[in-house]
Design a protein. Structure first.
Length: 261
């Protein structure tokens, strides 16, 4: 597993965040992974969104024994930078270390069929191409109003197809299905939003699921194998955006003890 941190991040654009990033890197290199997690999470909490931050945070969580939180942050990194090979390798390694090794739930069928080509493109790239093709289309249509030429009609049709394709890609990347990762040793999944109801199945640390509804601290989820049910949000890390911090396992354990009493 590739566990080196990204040691520079000039794109943060603010010295305070650069300093926090360097402080987190130093904590990681010294073996204080809990402190590194806290520092990287402080950057994320300030809406600083960058693949390197999520990659380093995933590494820090992994080193501190938080497999589910590591998986979630590698997923965040790859959503922003699909070609980040080290993050992909680390994610695969984490999944191999999970109890069941569940495959990541896939996107909707229409997206897999029509947008099979866009998964290695960054969201920003698809937005730029969509805007460029849209502008070019209107330029060509304007030229046709002044001077009609055989090639302009074909070009207009081609640009329209490309604009729609990249527009759909940009929309899909801006509205991804809600992916969550189990972040406790075991996360029971119930038939209903009631812990006294029957447990349908159990998720294990690092299992990824799709969430289609959230209500009153509960999440309705589905696995890649088709299992469905309700689980407490407190046991999950939501990949986002928005980028919520992984649940505090010690606090969850204390809450469970109090509920048991």
């Amino acid at each position: 597993m590739t566990l080196a941190v990204v040691l520079s991040l000039a794109v943060l654009g603010a010295s305070a965040y650069d300093q926090t990033f360097e402080q987190a890197n130093a904590a990681y290199e010294s073996g204080d992974y809990v402190a590194a997690v806290d520092d990287y999470e402080r950057i994320v909490a300030e809406d600083i969104v960058h693949p390197a931050v999520f990659y380093n945070l995933g590494n820090a969580y992994y080193r501190s024994g938080r497999l589910g939180a590591a998986v979630a942050n590698y997923e965040r990194c790859l959503a922003l930078a699909p070609g980040f090979d080290s993050a992909a390798e680390n994610l695969d390694q984490c999944v191999r270390e999970t109890k069941r090794g569940l495959v990541r739930p896939g996107p909707p069928e229409w997206e897999r069929s029509l947008l099979f080509w866009h998964y290695n493109l960054r969201p920003r790239t698809t937005r730029i191409f969509a805007a460029a093709f849209w502008i070019a289309l209107w330029v060509v249509l304007g030229i046709r109003q002044v001077r009609s030429a055989p090639f302009t009609r074909v070009l207009a049709v081609l640009l329209a197809v490309l604009a729609v394709a990249f527009g759909a890609s940009a929309w899909a990347k801006a509205h991804p299905p809600t992916l969550a990762v189990a972040s406790q040793d075991q996360v029971p999944v119930y038939y209903a939003t009631d812990e006294s109801s029957t447990v349908r199945f159990v998720l294990y640390d690092g299992d990824r699921v799709l969430v289609d509804r959230r209500a009153d601290g509960w999440a309705r989820l589905a696995t890649n194998t088709g299992e469905r049910g309700w689980a407490r949000e407190a046991g999950l890390t939501f990949v986002g955006p928005p980028y919520e911090r992984a649940p505090d396992r010690q606090k969850l354990a204390m809450d469970d003890q109090e509920n048991a009493l």
